[in-house]
Design a protein around this ligand. Structure first.
Ligand code: NAP
Length: 433
């Protein structure tokens, strides 16, 4: 019997569990530990609430979660209730699938002013993450600046722009929906420090921005490279740039009918945020690309009104005491997922925050192959390791209030008929409106 502990119940955690189940069948016990009392990590708290087709992957994880040899151990923090070293003493393999829930730091003056948020906080707020329920972002201003040219920037711009009707079928939480419906936003500026050919936005997500009920995008055609240059781009990127070209062709009369203008400002690096006690103004430096396509400041600066600034510049994995960490890349130091024999990492904690949900699947399977290499066909598994019962004894001793998958399922069962109106939704229920 092998005992495997997986830390983190997001996509990387569940794909790793699925792979271990496939490889070992009944000959494995898997504990998936999470600091939150609810499973699914990024699927629940990172994926946009109006992207239900992406969230549907949790059905697959649920199948794994409900099998008899897999257990969700929620409400338990590794590094607080139990150390990684202790876990390694109890399990044949420990896999850190902790994702990258921490914002990459926006290192400019004024980034600590009220009204400036990292995307982990802002996205967490509208997705019902318990850490960000009290964020209370200022939605009373007319101008919002979004920093970064990735898909998270698009998610945030779209969520800020939708009508109540456009949220039907989503699982946005009620506290966020009611605040968003009262927002006074007129202009959202998405700032990219490089150009249209360097965006990290995918075509589907860009396309959505062009089909909003009360908002319309704007791209300055002068920012776009010669059309012929698109031929050199890989097909996905070419499609994304095609959307930007479409946005540049939208007539001003169409935009005038909309409440919100979503403006792309390329070659624009934020250098400071200013304001009296809260964000009011963003100072931006015009950039150029160098021969390696990196952005270089030109020294020319300008400012824009910014009542709220949301920095969507990527994420990092929080370090765990005693685990080797690559600070520059914001992930655990590892060799293809192996930190040490017996200790592994998967998903964003291994690669950094890139790729789609599906990218984590081969990752999980590769880690299980590596575990097999290290512990062998069972001969390497140590019969002395206490596994699940030993973990439970330790957690009990330390007063941890463990939440299992079934506990969570029971807690989210509605006590009255399922709500149909957005404002009647519950916080962590995950129910659709
Ligand atoms: P991302 O794709 O890495 O994009 C980060 C953006 O921030 C880049 O445009 C980057 O510009 C910019 N940036 C970084 N540091 C900056 C700085 N100091 N100042 C100004 N700009 C800066 O990150 P993300 O948008 O957070 O997405 C993370 C991952 O989740 C990606 O793989 C993404 O595709 C995925 N995701 C997917 C979906 C979806 O499929 N629907 C939705 C959301 C997220 P440079 O290129 O110049 O560095």
């Amino acid at each position: 019997m092998r005992h495997i502990a997986i830390v983190g119940s997001g996509p990387a955690g569940y794909y790793t569990a699925e792979a271990a189940q496939k490889k070992y069948g009944d000959d494995v016990r898997i504990d998936i530990i999470d600091r939150l009392p609810v499973p699914f990590g990024l699927i629940r708290f990172g994926v946009a609430p109006d992207h239900q087709s992406i969230k549907a992957v949790s059905k697959r994880y649920e199948k794994v979660a409900l099998s008899s040899n897999v257990r969700f151990v929620g409400n338990v923090t590794v590094g607080q209730h139990i150390s990684v070293e202790e876990l390694c003493g109890l399990y044949d393999a420990v896999v850190l699938a902790t994702g990258a829930p921490k914002d990459r730091e926006l290192d400019i003056k004024g980034a600590d002013l009220p009204g400036v948020y990292g995307s982990a906080a802002f996205v967490g707020w509208y997705n019902g993450h318990p850490d960000f329920a009290d964020l209370n972002p200022p939605l009373d201003g007319s101008h919002v600046a979004i920093i970064g040219n990735g898909n998270v920037a698009l998610d945030v711009a779209r969520i800020l722009s939708k009508t109540r009707e456009e949220f039907v079928g989503s699982d946005i939480v009620s506290h966020a929906l009611s605040r968003l419906m009262g927002a006074k936003t007129e202009q959202i500026t998405i700032l990219g420090r490089r150009g249209p050919h360097q965006i990290a936005m995918t075509p589907k997500e860009l396309g959505e921005l062009g089909r909003l009920e009360k908002a319309a995008p704007y791209v300055d055609r002068n920012d776009l490279p010669e059309e012929g240059a698109d031929a050199l781009l890989e097909p996905g990127m070419r499609k994304s740039v095609m959307h930007l070209r479409e946005f540049a062709r939208i007539p001003e009369s169409y935009r005038a009918e909309k409440d919100i203008r979503i403006e792309f400002d390329f070659f624009a690096a934020p250098v400071a945020i200013e304001g009296e006690g809260r964000a009011q103004k963003l100072i931006i430096e015009r950039t150029l690309l160098d021969k390696d396509l990196r952005s270089q400041g030109t020294g020319e600066t300008y400012s824009m009104k910014a009542d709220m600034v949301i920095s969507c510049i990527g994420y990092q994995t929080p370090p765990i005491e005693g685990v080797p960490f690559e600070h520059g890349r914001g992930r655990f130091a590892n060799d293809e997922g192996r930190i040490l024999p017996g200790l592994y990492c998967a998903g964003w904690a291994r690669r950094g925050p890139s790729g789609t949900i599906g990218t984590n699947r081969p990752d999980g399977y590769a880690i299980v192959d590596m575990i097999e290499e290290d512990i062998g066909s069972g001969a390497g598994a140590d019969p002395e390791r206490g596994g699940r019962p030993a973990l439970d004894a330790l957690l009990k001793e330390r007063g941890a209030d463990l939440v299992t998958f079934n506990d969570w399922k029971k807690s989210k069962k509605p006590k009255r008929p399922a709500p149909v109106m957005a404002h009647r939704m519950r916080n962590l229920s995950g129910s659709k409106i």
